[in-house]
Design a protein around this ligand. Structure first.
Ligand SMILES: N[C@@H](CCC(=O)N[C@@H](CS)C(=O)NCC(=O)O)C(=O)O
Length: 217
């Protein structure tokens, strides 16, 4: 049995979505980002940095969403170009790019949502990270105005890595400025496997607002 360690609305949604795309069975274990349980010996044995996701599969635990996604596509022989194929480099680039972008989103989540009181936040850092996020969104906007999916060959697990991010991108950047990215988000969220994953994922435990404005100071 595959067991996914999950927090609703977190990066484990990428893995759950891919599991649905691949038609695999999995059991979900739900954790919390805020109750300290991710630092317990039990969880650190699965994911040594105390981060979600972790996946128990084939008699071991794997951490890092990008590693899990690559392992699953190689195990199942689907939804990624094979090592040595020309498009493999594109696939690996976008899987890693999704994490570059997710790290910026995580920094913005910490500043906008998790740091309390408000005076603990750094407005210059929030502005800097919003500009860094915009660079990644503009790169995607250019790419996705030329093709429907990240890879020219069609939907791949790289889209599960990236597609998950886009909901969060639009919490911090206005979607009207990124029409191709917004259309990509709509194509991704309309996928039956994404809908099934969302039904199982238990909603979003992070965002309370549609859009987070930058504070004045
Ligand atoms: N590069 C890691 C990042 C994992 C990560 O930071 N996950 C977040 C949830 S989306 C988490 O566990 N945060 C808890 C913490 O930072 O303590 C991956 O892609 O799996």
């Amino acid at each position: 049995m595959i067991r996914l360690h999950h927090v609703p609305g977190s990066r484990s949604t990428r893995v759950l979505w891919l599991i649905e795309e691949l038609g695999l069975d999995c059991q979900i274990v739900v954790w919390s980002l805020t109750d300290g349980s991710l630092r317990s010996p039990e969880f650190l044995a699965l994911s040594p940095a105390g981060r979600i996701p972790a996946l128990q599969i084939d008699g071991r635990a794997i951490f890092e969403s990008g590693a899990i996604v690559q392992y699953l596509t190689e195990r199942e022989g689907r939804l990624a170009p094979k090592p040595g194929e020309f498009a493999r480099a594109d696939f690996l680039e976008w899987v890693s790019f999704a994490e570059t972008q997710a790290n910026i989103l995580q920094a913005l989540n910490i500043q906008h949502i998790f740091l309390r009181p408000d005076s603990a936040r750094s407005v210059p850092l929030m502005k800097l990270d919003t500009r860094r996020l915009a660079v990644t969104a503009r790169a995607l906007e250019g790419h996705l105005s030329r093709q429907d999916m990240l890879l020219a060959g069609g939907f791949s697990a790289a889209d599960c890595m990236m597609g998950f991010n886009i909901e969060a991108v639009f919490r911090f950047l206005p979607k009207a400025e990124f029409p191709a990215l917004a259309a990509y988000r709509d194509r991704m969220t309309a996928r039956p496997a994404y809908r099934r994953a969302l039904d199982r994922a238990g909603g979003d435990s992070i965002y309370q607002r549609e859009f987070y404005e930058l504070p004045d100071a």
